[in-house]
Design a protein. Sequence first.
Length: 280
Amino acid sequence: MEQEELGRIAAGAKGTSGAFRGVVGAFAAIGFALVAMGGSALAMDEACSAKRPVLSVSGKLESLPRRLKRQELIRVLAIGSSSTEGIGASAPALSYPAQLQPDLAAIWGAQVVVENAGRGGETIAETLSRLEAVLKVSKPDLVIWQVGTNDILKGGDEGRFVALLEQGIDSVQAAHVDLLLLDQQYYPGIPDLGRYERFVGLVSATAAREQVPVFSRYRLMKEWAERSADTLNAMLSGDRFHLGDRGYDCIAQLLASALHAAVTSQDMALGAVSRTAASR
Protein backbone atom coordinates (compact mmCIF):
# COMPACT_ATOMS: atom_id res chain seq x y z
CA MET A 1 0.00 0.00 0.00
CA GLU A 2 2.79 2.45 0.83
CA GLN A 3 4.31 2.03 -2.64
CA GLU A 4 0.91 2.58 -4.28
CA GLU A 5 0.41 5.72 -2.19
CA LEU A 6 3.86 7.04 -3.14
CA GLY A 7 3.07 6.60 -6.82
CA ARG A 8 -0.40 8.14 -6.50
CA ILE A 9 0.79 11.24 -4.64
CA ALA A 10 3.81 11.78 -6.89
CA ALA A 11 1.74 11.55 -10.06
CA GLY A 12 -1.33 13.33 -8.72
CA ALA A 13 0.48 16.16 -7.04
CA LYS A 14 2.07 16.37 -10.63
CA GLY A 15 24.14 14.49 12.79
CA THR A 16 27.54 12.93 12.16
CA SER A 17 30.85 13.27 14.05
CA GLY A 18 33.94 14.81 12.42
CA ALA A 19 35.87 11.53 12.61
CA PHE A 20 33.04 9.66 10.92
CA ARG A 21 32.79 12.25 8.14
CA GLY A 22 36.51 11.91 7.54
CA VAL A 23 36.26 8.15 7.10
CA VAL A 24 33.23 8.48 4.83
CA GLY A 25 35.00 11.12 2.76
CA ALA A 26 38.06 8.96 2.25
CA PHE A 27 36.11 5.98 0.99
CA ALA A 28 33.75 8.21 -1.02
CA ALA A 29 36.73 9.65 -2.90
CA ILE A 30 37.72 6.12 -3.93
CA GLY A 31 34.21 5.31 -5.04
CA PHE A 32 33.75 8.53 -6.99
CA ALA A 33 37.09 8.01 -8.73
CA LEU A 34 35.88 4.61 -9.89
CA VAL A 35 32.78 6.24 -11.34
CA ALA A 36 34.89 8.79 -13.20
CA MET A 37 36.97 5.98 -14.70
CA GLY A 38 33.92 4.01 -15.72
CA GLY A 39 34.43 1.30 -13.08
CA SER A 40 30.94 -0.19 -12.66
CA ALA A 41 28.99 -3.36 -13.19
CA LEU A 42 27.12 -1.75 -16.10
CA ALA A 43 28.33 -1.98 -19.68
CA MET A 44 28.91 1.75 -20.04
CA ASP A 45 28.45 3.48 -23.39
CA GLU A 46 31.89 4.97 -24.10
CA ALA A 47 30.34 8.23 -25.30
CA CYS A 48 28.72 8.68 -21.88
CA SER A 49 31.96 8.56 -19.96
CA ALA A 50 33.30 11.56 -18.05
CA LYS A 51 36.90 12.32 -17.12
CA ARG A 52 35.80 14.31 -14.08
CA PRO A 53 33.63 12.73 -11.36
CA VAL A 54 29.92 13.14 -12.06
CA LEU A 55 29.27 13.44 -8.34
CA SER A 56 30.45 16.98 -7.73
CA VAL A 57 29.67 16.89 -4.00
CA SER A 58 29.98 13.88 -1.72
CA GLY A 59 27.39 13.27 0.94
CA LYS A 60 25.56 10.85 3.17
CA LEU A 61 23.42 7.95 1.98
CA GLU A 62 22.19 5.99 4.99
CA SER A 63 18.98 4.17 4.09
CA LEU A 64 20.12 2.59 0.82
CA PRO A 65 23.06 0.57 2.22
CA ARG A 66 20.86 -0.87 4.96
CA ARG A 67 18.04 -1.84 2.64
CA LEU A 68 20.38 -3.35 0.06
CA LYS A 69 22.10 -5.40 2.76
CA ARG A 70 18.71 -6.74 3.84
CA GLN A 71 17.76 -7.37 0.18
CA GLU A 72 14.65 -5.19 0.50
CA LEU A 73 12.72 -3.37 -2.23
CA ILE A 74 14.33 -0.03 -3.12
CA ARG A 75 11.86 2.78 -3.83
CA VAL A 76 13.18 5.85 -5.65
CA LEU A 77 11.26 9.07 -6.22
CA ALA A 78 12.60 11.09 -9.17
CA ILE A 79 11.10 14.58 -8.93
CA GLY A 80 11.76 17.76 -10.87
CA SER A 81 10.75 19.48 -14.07
CA SER A 82 10.95 18.61 -17.78
CA SER A 83 14.28 16.79 -17.60
CA THR A 84 12.72 14.37 -15.14
CA GLU A 85 9.40 14.12 -16.96
CA GLY A 86 11.39 13.21 -20.08
CA ILE A 87 10.65 16.06 -22.47
CA GLY A 88 12.81 15.46 -25.55
CA ALA A 89 12.64 11.67 -25.32
CA SER A 90 10.82 9.87 -28.11
CA ALA A 91 8.72 7.90 -25.59
CA PRO A 92 8.05 7.99 -21.83
CA ALA A 93 9.93 4.70 -21.46
CA LEU A 94 13.09 6.53 -22.58
CA SER A 95 13.06 9.20 -19.85
CA TYR A 96 15.96 8.95 -17.43
CA PRO A 97 13.82 7.64 -14.50
CA ALA A 98 12.36 4.87 -16.67
CA GLN A 99 15.85 3.81 -17.80
CA LEU A 100 17.34 4.19 -14.30
CA GLN A 101 15.04 1.53 -12.86
CA PRO A 102 16.47 -1.44 -14.83
CA ASP A 103 20.01 -0.03 -14.57
CA LEU A 104 19.83 0.05 -10.77
CA ALA A 105 18.16 -3.36 -10.61
CA ALA A 106 20.98 -4.81 -12.72
CA ILE A 107 23.84 -3.19 -10.84
CA TRP A 108 22.43 -3.98 -7.39
CA GLY A 109 20.78 -7.30 -8.14
CA ALA A 110 17.74 -5.96 -6.29
CA GLN A 111 14.11 -5.10 -6.90
CA VAL A 112 13.93 -1.38 -7.67
CA VAL A 113 10.94 0.86 -8.38
CA VAL A 114 11.59 4.36 -9.73
CA GLU A 115 8.60 6.72 -9.71
CA ASN A 116 8.71 9.55 -12.26
CA ALA A 117 7.27 12.69 -10.65
CA GLY A 118 8.60 15.15 -13.22
CA ARG A 119 6.47 18.08 -14.39
CA GLY A 120 7.74 20.32 -17.17
CA GLY A 121 8.16 24.02 -16.51
CA GLU A 122 8.22 23.90 -12.72
CA THR A 123 10.38 26.15 -10.58
CA ILE A 124 11.82 25.07 -7.24
CA ALA A 125 8.82 26.38 -5.26
CA GLU A 126 6.36 24.29 -7.25
CA THR A 127 8.43 21.11 -7.07
CA LEU A 128 9.11 21.63 -3.37
CA SER A 129 5.37 21.82 -2.66
CA ARG A 130 4.81 18.46 -4.36
CA LEU A 131 7.84 16.90 -2.68
CA GLU A 132 6.68 17.92 0.78
CA ALA A 133 3.21 16.56 0.02
CA VAL A 134 4.71 13.15 -0.79
CA LEU A 135 6.82 13.09 2.36
CA LYS A 136 3.77 13.72 4.55
CA VAL A 137 2.16 10.44 3.52
CA SER A 138 4.93 8.13 2.36
CA LYS A 139 8.68 7.65 2.50
CA PRO A 140 10.72 6.60 -0.54
CA ASP A 141 14.18 5.22 0.17
CA LEU A 142 15.81 7.79 -2.12
CA VAL A 143 14.72 11.11 -3.60
CA ILE A 144 16.49 12.34 -6.74
CA TRP A 145 15.62 16.03 -6.94
CA GLN A 146 16.36 17.70 -10.29
CA VAL A 147 16.42 21.41 -9.66
CA GLY A 148 17.36 24.89 -10.79
CA THR A 149 17.14 25.36 -14.55
CA ASN A 150 13.71 27.00 -14.70
CA ASP A 151 14.53 29.28 -11.78
CA ILE A 152 17.36 30.75 -13.83
CA LEU A 153 15.36 31.03 -17.05
CA LYS A 154 12.35 32.60 -15.32
CA GLY A 155 14.41 35.23 -13.48
CA GLY A 156 14.36 33.67 -10.04
CA ASP A 157 16.03 35.36 -7.09
CA GLU A 158 19.25 33.71 -5.93
CA GLY A 159 18.60 34.18 -2.21
CA ARG A 160 15.08 32.77 -2.42
CA PHE A 161 16.37 29.85 -4.47
CA VAL A 162 18.88 28.92 -1.78
CA ALA A 163 16.28 29.29 0.99
CA LEU A 164 13.85 26.96 -0.80
CA LEU A 165 16.61 24.47 -1.61
CA GLU A 166 17.61 24.38 2.07
CA GLN A 167 13.96 23.94 3.05
CA GLY A 168 13.61 20.97 0.71
CA ILE A 169 16.81 19.35 1.92
CA ASP A 170 15.71 19.81 5.53
CA SER A 171 12.31 18.27 4.77
CA VAL A 172 13.82 15.18 3.16
CA GLN A 173 16.40 14.74 5.91
CA ALA A 174 13.76 15.18 8.64
CA ALA A 175 11.86 12.30 7.04
CA HIS A 176 15.04 10.17 7.24
CA VAL A 177 15.08 9.69 3.48
CA ASP A 178 18.24 9.65 1.37
CA LEU A 179 18.61 12.53 -1.11
CA LEU A 180 20.61 13.17 -4.25
CA LEU A 181 20.42 16.48 -6.13
CA LEU A 182 20.56 16.63 -9.91
CA ASP A 183 21.78 20.07 -10.96
CA GLN A 184 21.12 22.16 -14.07
CA GLN A 185 21.85 21.09 -17.63
CA TYR A 186 24.41 22.69 -19.90
CA TYR A 187 23.17 23.60 -23.36
CA PRO A 188 24.36 25.67 -26.36
CA GLY A 189 23.39 29.31 -26.27
CA ILE A 190 23.02 29.90 -22.53
CA PRO A 191 22.03 33.61 -22.56
CA ASP A 192 23.85 34.79 -19.41
CA LEU A 193 26.58 32.27 -18.64
CA GLY A 194 27.80 34.09 -15.54
CA ARG A 195 24.39 34.13 -13.88
CA TYR A 196 23.68 30.58 -14.99
CA GLU A 197 26.88 29.28 -13.44
CA ARG A 198 26.19 31.20 -10.21
CA PHE A 199 22.98 29.19 -9.84
CA VAL A 200 24.87 25.96 -10.58
CA GLY A 201 27.33 26.96 -7.87
CA LEU A 202 24.48 27.65 -5.43
CA VAL A 203 23.33 24.03 -5.76
CA SER A 204 26.78 22.60 -5.05
CA ALA A 205 27.55 25.04 -2.22
CA THR A 206 24.24 24.41 -0.48
CA ALA A 207 24.60 20.66 -0.89
CA ALA A 208 28.12 20.74 0.53
CA ARG A 209 26.89 22.53 3.65
CA GLU A 210 24.08 20.01 4.07
CA GLN A 211 26.20 16.93 3.21
CA VAL A 212 23.98 16.02 0.25
CA PRO A 213 25.50 14.41 -2.88
CA VAL A 214 25.08 16.22 -6.21
CA PHE A 215 25.08 14.56 -9.61
CA SER A 216 26.35 17.37 -11.85
CA ARG A 217 24.62 17.30 -15.22
CA TYR A 218 26.17 20.69 -15.86
CA ARG A 219 29.71 19.42 -15.46
CA LEU A 220 28.97 16.28 -17.49
CA MET A 221 27.25 18.03 -20.39
CA LYS A 222 29.85 20.80 -20.52
CA GLU A 223 32.51 18.10 -20.80
CA TRP A 224 30.58 16.56 -23.71
CA ALA A 225 30.57 19.99 -25.38
CA GLU A 226 34.29 20.44 -24.76
CA ARG A 227 34.93 17.04 -26.31
CA SER A 228 33.14 18.13 -29.49
CA ALA A 229 29.97 19.87 -30.59
CA ASP A 230 28.89 16.65 -32.27
CA THR A 231 29.15 14.73 -28.99
CA LEU A 232 26.84 17.14 -27.18
CA ASN A 233 24.45 17.41 -30.12
CA ALA A 234 24.10 13.62 -30.21
CA MET A 235 22.88 13.74 -26.61
CA LEU A 236 20.34 16.54 -27.15
CA SER A 237 16.88 16.48 -28.66
CA GLY A 238 15.91 18.61 -31.64
CA ASP A 239 15.31 21.69 -29.48
CA ARG A 240 19.04 21.69 -28.46
CA PHE A 241 17.96 22.26 -24.88
CA HIS A 242 16.44 19.06 -23.54
CA LEU A 243 18.24 15.75 -23.71
CA GLY A 244 17.17 13.17 -26.27
CA ASP A 245 16.98 9.39 -25.98
CA ARG A 246 20.74 8.87 -25.95
CA GLY A 247 21.34 11.65 -23.44
CA TYR A 248 18.74 10.32 -21.02
CA ASP A 249 20.24 6.84 -21.38
CA CYS A 250 23.65 8.23 -20.44
CA ILE A 251 22.26 10.06 -17.42
CA ALA A 252 20.60 6.85 -16.23
CA GLN A 253 23.78 4.80 -16.71
CA LEU A 254 25.99 7.30 -14.91
CA LEU A 255 23.48 7.88 -12.12
CA ALA A 256 23.26 4.13 -11.48
CA SER A 257 27.05 3.82 -11.40
CA ALA A 258 27.42 6.88 -9.16
CA LEU A 259 24.81 5.62 -6.70
CA HIS A 260 26.42 2.20 -6.64
CA ALA A 261 29.84 3.70 -5.89
CA ALA A 262 28.40 6.00 -3.22
CA VAL A 263 26.51 3.19 -1.49
CA THR A 264 29.55 0.90 -1.64
CA SER A 265 31.89 3.51 -0.18
CA GLN A 266 29.35 4.40 2.53
CA ASP A 267 29.02 0.73 3.46
CA MET A 268 32.81 0.36 3.63
CA ALA A 269 33.11 3.49 5.78
CA LEU A 270 30.44 2.30 8.20
CA GLY A 271 32.25 -1.02 8.48
CA ALA A 272 35.54 0.75 9.19
CA VAL A 273 33.93 2.86 11.92
CA SER A 274 32.35 -0.23 13.50
CA ARG A 275 35.68 -2.09 13.51
CA THR A 276 37.47 0.91 15.02
CA ALA A 277 34.87 1.22 17.77
CA ALA A 278 35.04 -2.51 18.52
CA SER A 279 38.83 -2.44 18.87
CA ARG A 280 38.76 0.27 21.57
